[in-house]
Design a protein around this ligand. Structure first.
Ligand code: GDP
Ligand code: IMO
Ligand code: MG
Length: 430
């Protein structure tokens, strides 16, 4: 029996989802993105070629039908630019390999304006967003005034929708000292984009229904990570979408019964980019070394990622709320040569000991990690492709993580390269 697989990040994003989705795509018939937007940055390395994807599902590189689901917020300019950039790298992108849900909401320049203005206004309380307009676009979607993909092909309704949207944004912009919106220009720009997008636009839910009938294998690709989830993450230092596995169904147009295996991606340590609490963050040379060896700089914004130890409490919680069946452990090689490794197994808060991460922001920022220390390994794991190539202490570390988190490790990744991947259990083989 073959299963459908959902891939989600189980930390604060950048866990290596792109690499793993690309690797798994080989076994899938189609790949669907179900939330987020071009705040995502997924790096795929295949031999000499490096692909940096933000909106395109990572399945495009393997030539699989790749769908952008309704749960994604789509900046049409960014999408067209990415199609061009990736096509120029020799990847075939046409309506046989790419589809865009007609009911996805759009990100417009006014959303980016608002994102930037709010971050400026917030000063030291800023979220540290990617500046892509993600939050404001989701607000308009939930506020029932978004322009959606389908609106681009209906001139009359597009005009009235722009009116409605502007009525809301006019007041906001005035309050933030932003110049007024030129509605005519917005309309003209969208009409000019429409014919370029049209070939890709389709009812994505029907592709999923057909796949279900044909017993095809679907790979649902999440962006960001569960600790950035709008409900379960470190609110308000989160993104504005639901990043848990449940979103794969509603964000693409299928039922939860079609999600058979949820693969959580975790780094062998922890990183975070942007502001917000991070209990196991390192400020010393060990953290610096991890950042350098792991090349921890954001794909989207180029910002340095904060680095710290693996937090088993957070990942366990992410597995529970996110519905994770098994894990892919990435960047094990980055810990090569680290003499002793810490794993967070609990928190101290004042005189209390906690075995979970509380929702209160003050508590989130003030917990002190309780560490279990394990011995590192001096051998290299870089590029290892089989379990027997791993040093004994690396295997011990993997086994301890499985125990603490309560989920089996199905895959291990040991370099950015597609093929440097160890398969323990095939998520598609139910
Ligand atoms: P994503 O957002 O979850 O897809 O992750 P990113 O692509 O933003 O960040 C992960 C980075 O680590 C990318 O530059 C990958 O090429 C790289 N990477 C992925 N897996 C591994 C690994 O096992 N080892 C090393 N050294 N790098 C990896
Ligand atoms: P991938 O898919 C890491 C972070 C931002 C900021 C917060 C809100 O590559 O793992 P937003 O622009 O979404 O409103 O920013 O979320 N963030 C990410 N961090 N990886 C990502 O995506 C992220 N997408 C957003 O840094 O802290
Ligand atoms: Mg990323």
């Amino acid at each position: 029996m073959m299963a459908n697989v959902v891939v989600v990040g189980a930390q604060w994003g950048d866990e290596g989802k792109g690499k793993i989705v690309d690797w798994l795509s080989d076994r899938a018939d189609l790949v669907v993105r179900f939330q987020g937007g071009h705040n995502a940055g997924h790096t795929l390395v295949v031999g000499e070629n490096v692909y940096k994807l933000s909106l395109l599902p990572s399945g495009v590189v393997q030539g699989k039908l790749s769908l952008i689901g309704n749960g994604v917020v789509v900046d049409p300019n960014a999408l067209l630019a990415e199609i061009e950039r990736i096509s120029n790298q020799g990847v075939k992108i046409d309506p046989t390999t790419l589809g865009l849900a007609e009911n996805a909401a759009l990100i417009l320049p006014i959303h980016q304006d608002l994102d930037a203005a709010r971050e400026n206004e917030a000063g030291k309380n800023k979220i540290g967003t990617t500046g892509r307009g993600i939050g404001p676009a989701y607000e308009d979607k939930v506020g029932r005034r978004a322009i959606r993909v389908a609106d681009l092909f209906d001139e009359a309704s597009l005009k009235s929708k722009i009116e409605r949207l502007m009525a809301h944004h006019r007041a906001l912009r005035a309050g933030l000292d932003l110049p007024p919106i030129d509605g005519e220009k917005l309309f003209a720009d969208l009409m000019a984009l429409a014919p370029k997008l049209l070939p890709y636009v389709r009812p994505v839910w029907r592709d999923l229904e057909q796949a279900r009938k044909d017993n095809k294998k679907v790979l649902f690709e999440g962006a960001q990570g569960i600790l950035l989830d709008v409900d379960h993450g470190t609110y308000p230092y989160v993104t504005s979408s639901s990043t848990v596995a449940g979103q794969a169904a509603s964000g693409s147009g299928t039922g939860p019964g079609n999600l058979d295996y949820v693969l959580g991606i975790v780094k062998a340590y922890t990183t975070r980019v942007g502001e917000g609490p991070f209990p196991t963050e390192l400020f010393d040379d060990v953290g610096k070394g991890i950042g350098e060896r792991g090349r921890e700089f954001g794909t989207v914004t180029g910002r340095a990622r904060r680095c710290g130890w693996f937090d088993a409490i957070l990942v366990h919680q992410a597995c529970c709320v996110g519905g994770i069946t098994g894990l892919a452990l990435t960047k094990l090689d980055v810990l090569d040569g680290v003499e002793t490794i810490n794993i967070c197994v609990g928190y101290k808060l004042g005189d209390k000991v906690l075995d979970y991460y509380p929702s209160n922001l003050h508590a989130q920022a003030n917990v002190e990690p309780i560490y279990e220390t394990v011995e590192g390994w001096s051998e290299t794991t870089f590029g290892a492709r089989s379990w027997k190539d791993l040093p004994a202490n690396a295997i011990k570390y993997i086994r301890r993580i499985e125990e603490l988190v309560g989920r089996p490790i199905a895959l291990v990744s040991t370099s950015p390269e597609r093929e440097d991947t160890i398969l323990v259990t095939d998520p598609f083989a139910k």
